[in-house]
Design a protein around this ligand. Structure first.
Ligand code: GUN
Ligand code: ZN
Length: 437
């Protein structure tokens, strides 16, 4: 692949920014350059410096006056729910039974799975999201379709087929044995192939028997470098049902704990109604709590206590995510806008640098992939988003009064969506403009 030099206003984070004046937490170049070769960023800095390193014959792609950031990461999203996003009027368990499970049963048909996987990844790229941690359906073919499509695009994605063997209709159930065997076959075929990563994915404690939970734990022990993803403490009816199904458990988190599912690469969607003991257990194990604001508001599940989790004596690692189709928007900008409001309802604030840290480096750290993506550091993969804060008439008008980078970022978060995403690069290749309508 030939080298490219991207020019624009580059922004990348080094660590969590405490305040909007915490300048050493990020690197911002008003006239920045990124030299890309073979899918990787090989030089980053001021355009003038990077140009010197680039040598003759390198093509400059000029994105001025737009912002160039690392591509966004979405830490929890359901591929088979594209056609039930915006389904009216139910809380979690009813929503699953009424809309989600019937919809996911369509993925018995492999062709349907391939079509949705393609449209899903197109949509992610249109929104500036270059990495997801995704749930496929229970059907092995749905995960095969997702990985094949992701691999073809050379995206770094984490995904797994859900394991579920009870409390759902026949068409979306596996068994402890087939769940284990299919997962193992998928790991063998896809984990580490190109940029693909496998996540062991027991849907949640309610839809797995103790036998299946054992199997999920066994897989995590057999493949200790894999991710594990599931749902935890989303709403009160779910928590009560879980306690009925696992009467021996001290609390919901204890169920996952007993089956050996906590750990550095364990991603727990929602974590809204955690006790202090549960938060301590997640913290101690280095597990990740995934904040899904649009979903939590849409399903009326509750308010994730972001700042309390960060600041407690035993802090939680936190990621942010859309949780489509419980979530109501594919855009991580829209997601952080709703996240800001959830955090405000808890009497706190998330400043714009903190938000953009979360969307990029923060999520990459939470997903244990920050050595590859989530920054513009030299040596990392060139997964990049180009943002335009003048994308719509209303944004253009507001930009007339914007004076600082913090204000611009906040505007992008508050009014921005896919229209603000001018271009996306996946491993150095233009990916948004390459989508065929
Ligand atoms: N809990 C178990 N499955 C799901 C799901 O698909 N979406 C959400 N929001 N919560 C869940
Ligand atoms: Zn979910």
């Amino acid at each position: 692949m030939t080298s490219n030099l991207l020019r624009g206003r580059t922004l990348s984070f080094l660590r969590w920014p405490d305040t909007v004046d915490d300048h050493s937490a990020w690197r911002y170049e008003e006239d920045g350059g990124l030299l890309i070769d073979n899918g990787k960023i090989i030089a980053a800095g001021s355009y003038a410096d990077v140009l010197k390193k680039a040598g003759a014959g390198v093509e400059t792609i000029d994105h001025r006056p737009h912002l160039i950031l690392p591509g966004f990461l979405d830490a929890h999203v359901h591929v088979p729910q594209m056609q039930i996003i915006a389904s009216y009027g139910a809380e979690l368990l009813d929503w699953l039974n009424k809309y989600t499970f019937p919809e996911e049963s369509k993925f018995q048909n492999a062709q349907h799975g391939r079509r949705i996987a393609r449209l899903f990844l197109d949509e992610m790229l249109r929104q500036g999201t270059t990495t997801v941690a995704a749930y496929c359906s229970v059907h092995k073919a749905s995960a095969e379709a997702f990985f094949a499509e992701s691999h073809e695009r050379n995206m770094l994605n984490i995904a797994g087929k859900v394991m579920m063997d009870r409390n759902a209709p026949e068409g979306v159930l596996d068994t402890p044995r087939t769940g284990y065997d299919d997962t193992k076959a998928l790991i063998t075929e896809w984990h580490g192939k190109g940029r693909q990563l496998y996540a062991v994915t027991p849907r949640f404690a309610i839809t797995s028997t103790p036998e299946q939970m054992e199997m999920a734990g066994a897989l995590c022990r057999e493949y200790p470098d894999l991710h594990m993803q599931t749902h935890l403490s989303e709403n009160h009816a779910e928590i009560a049902f879980t306690q009925e199904l696992y009467p021996w458990s001290r609390d919901y988190t204890d169920v996952y704990e007993r089956y050996g599912l906590l750990g550095q690469k364990s991603l727990f969607g929602h974590c809204i109604h955690l006790s202090e003991r549960e938060a301590d257990a997640l913290s101690r194990s280095g597990s990740v709590a995934v904040f899904c604001p649009t979903s939590n508001l849409f399903l009326g599940s509750g308010l994730f206590d972001y700042q309390r989790f960060r600041r407690r004596e035993k802090p939680l690692r936190i990621a942010a995510a859309t949780d489509v189709g419980g979530g109501t928007n594919y855009s991580m900008l829209r997601t952080m806008d709703e996240g800001y409001k959830v955090i405000a309802l808890n009497g706190e604030k998330l400043n714009p640098f903190q938000s953009f840290w979360q969307l990029t480096r923060g999520n990459a750290e939470a997903l244990s992939v920050a050595d590859k993506v989530g920054t513009l550091d030299e040596g990392t993969d060139a997964d990049i988003v180009v943002l335009d804060a003048h994308a719509t008439p209303a944004m253009r008008l507001r930009m007339e009064t914007v004076e600082t980078l913090a204000e611009e970022l906040f505007l992008l978060q508050t009014l921005g969506d896919d229209r603000a995403v001018r271009e996306v690069y996946v491993a150095g290749r233009p990916a948004k403009s390459a989508i065929v309508a």
